[in-house]
Design a protein. Structure first.
Length: 78
């Protein structure tokens, strides 16, 4: 009996994987900032959680490792 695996190669499946990755990176950013003692105002928390651009989130993740304040995440050209 063959199992239909077409869903796992579908556009919907790709979208779900991307959304999951976006959510995980956003969580990681907030976790790093929290563990480093960086305060996260509600508006900035919402901004991170609302972002759907994986590349931008990955950049913010890299910046979170050295950020002294949450605004350091969003500095252009940093």
């Amino acid at each position: 009996m063959a199992i239909d695996l077409s869903f796992f190669r579908s556009d919907v499946s790709d979208l779900l994987r991307e959304q999951g990755a976006v959510q995980e990176v956003a969580k990681d950013i907030l976790l790093i900032l929290d563990r480093r003692g960086v305060e996260i105002p509600e508006d900035q928390l919402t901004r991170v959680r609302a972002c759907t651009d994986l590349e931008e989130l990955r950049m913010w993740l890299l910046r979170a490792a050295t950020a002294n304040c949450v605004e350091d995440l969003f500095v252009e050209g940093a």
